[in-house]
Design a protein around this ligand. Structure first.
Ligand code: FBP
Length: 358
C-alpha cells in the first residue's frame, strides 16, 4: 500500500513536471504575459496600451523575419524613392514602414503614426478610443542593411488628450518626457526587443525565440552601469567636429585619471546597436553636431527621444551636450539633434567639455 502511495505521489510530481515548461523558457515569460501583468497592476488600464505593445511586438517579429533573409527575399537595395530626409529609400526601410503602419492600424488603439520614412504623420484611426501615437524609425542603421551588420527599429509612444479634436502634426511635437513608452528592436546575433513603459518602470529586454515564435523576458530591469570603458562616435568625422568634441575625444584616448582612460572605441554605425551595447555595458554613444550635420544627425522624435527615455529609465543619461534630450520641445516632426547617451559619469564628463568646464 505504502509503495502504491509513493508511486502515486511520484506520479503527481512527474505529471507536475511534465506540464512545467523546460527550464530555459521558464526563465523568461513572454512579452505578452509581461505586459498583461503590467496592465493588471494599473487599475485604470483599458487594455489599449497593452494591445499596442503587443502589436509592436508582432510588427518586430515580421520585420525580423524579413531582415533575417533579406538577401534571399529581394529585400536588399533601393526602391528608387527619396524620403523627406533626402535619403534614398531602401527596400527594407519601406517594407518595415508598411508593416508597422498596417499592424498599428489594425486594432484602432493608435490614432496616428509618424515615421522617418513618411513626410507627414499619418492618421491611423478615427476611433474615439484611439489615444496613442507611435513615432518610429522603421529601420535604423540603413547604411548597414546590405552588409548584414546589426540594424534595428526604434519607437516612442505618446498618449493624446481627447479634447483636442482633429489630430494635427503639432500635437505630436511634445517633449520626450511626455512619452508613455519607448523601445527598440535590434536585429543582431539574436533579435532583441528592449522596452520601457515609464521613466520609473525600468527597462526590460526580451529575446526572440524563432523556434517558438515568441519574445521571452531575458534581461529584466536593465541598469546602465554608472561608468563604462568604451566610447562610440564616428571618428571619421573628426575634421568636422566642433573644438569641444575634439578635445573630449582626445581626453578619452589619454591614459590617466580616475576614469578607465584610455577608453576602448566601438562604432557600428547603427545608433540602435551602438546604444544597445552602451546600455548593457556602460560607456557613451555620441553623435554630435559637425560641419556636415550642423543640428546633429539623429532625429529627435523617433530616434533621440526613445533612446534618451530608455537610458534614463535604466539609470543613465541622455543629453544634447547642454540640455536633457527629454526636455527639448520639438518644432518639427523630422528635426535633428546632437545626442550623447550612456553612463552618468561618462556623459557628465562629455557635457563638461561641451559646456567649457574642462
Ligand atoms: P537611419 O539609418 O535611420 O537613417 O539613422 C541614421 C544612422 O544610420 C544612425 O543609425 C547611425 O548612428 C548614424 O546614422 C550613422 O551615421 P554615420 O554614417 O555618419 O556615422
Amino acid at each position: 500500500m505504502a509503495a502504491a502511495a509513493s508511486i502515486a505521489v511520484l506520479g503527481d510530481e512527474l505529471m507536475a513536471d511534465a506540464t512545467k515548461p523546460p527550464p530555459d523558457i521558464q526563465k523568461g515569460i513572454t512579452l505578452e504575459t509581461f505586459v498583461l501583468e503590467g496592465m493588471r497592476s494599473e487599475t485604470a488600464a483599458t487594455g489599449a496600451f497593452t494591445s499596442l505593445l503587443n502589436q509592436l511586438g508582432t510588427a518586430v517579429k515580421i520585420i525580423s523575419a524579413r531582415v533575417r533573409n533579406a538577401g534571399l527575399a529581394d529585400a536588399i537595395g533601393y526602391t528608387g524613392e527619396t524620403n523627406v530626409q533626402g535619403e534614398r529609400v531602401q527596400k527594407l526601410d519601406q517594407y518595415a514602414n508598411d508593416v508597422l503602419v498596417n499592424v498599428l492600424e489594425r486594432r484602432g488603439h493608435c490614432r496616428a503614426v509618424a515615421s522617418e520614412e513618411m513626410a507627414e504623420p499619418l492618421l491611423t484611426s478615427r476611433a474615439a478610443g484611439a489615444r496613442y501615437v507611435v513615432l518610429f524609425d522603421p529601420i535604423d542603421g540603413s547604411s548597414n542593411i546590405d552588409v548584414g551588420v546589426s540594424i534595428g527599429t526604434i519607437f516612442g509612444i505618446l498618449r493624446l488628450d481627447h479634447e483636442r479634436g482633429q489630430t494635427t502634426a503639432e500635437q505630436l511635437l511634445r517633449p520626450g518626457r511626455e512619452l508613455v513608452g519607448a523601445g527598440y528592436a535590434v536585429y543582431g546575433s539574436s533579435t532583441m526587443l528592449v522596452l520601457s513603459t515609464g521613466l520609473d518602470e525600468g527597462v526590460h529586454g526580451f529575446t526572440f525565440d524563432p523556434s517558438v515564435g515568441e519574445f521571452f523576458l531575458s534581461h529584466e530591469n536593465l541598469r546602465c552601469p554608472e561608468q563604462g570603458t568604451t566610447y562610440s562616435i564616428n571618428e571619421g568625422n573628426h575634421a568636422y567636429w566642433p573644438e569641444p568634441v575634439r578635445r573630449w575625444n582626445t581626453w578619452m584616448k589619454q591614459p590617466g585619471g580616475a576614469a578607465a582612460r584610455p577608453y576602448g572605441q566601438r562604432y557600428v554605425g547603427s545608433a540602435v546597436a551602438d546604444a544597445h551595447r552602451t546600455l548593457l555595458k556602460g560607456g557613451i554613444f555620441v553623435y554630435p553636431t559637425d560641419d556636415q550635420n550642423p543640428n546633429g544627425k539623429l532625429r529627435l522624435l523617433y530616434e533621440a527621444n526613445p533612446l534618451a527615455f530608455l537610458f534614463e529609465a535604466a539609470g543613465g543619461t541622455g543629453t544634447d551636450g547642454t540640455r536633457r534630450i527629454l526636455d527639448i520641445v520639438p518644432s518639427s516632426v523630422h528635426e535633428r539633434t546632437p545626442i550623447a547617451v550612456g553612463s552618468n559619469r561618462d556623459v557628465e564628463a562629455y557635457c563638461e567639455f561641451m559646456q567649457g568646464k574642462r
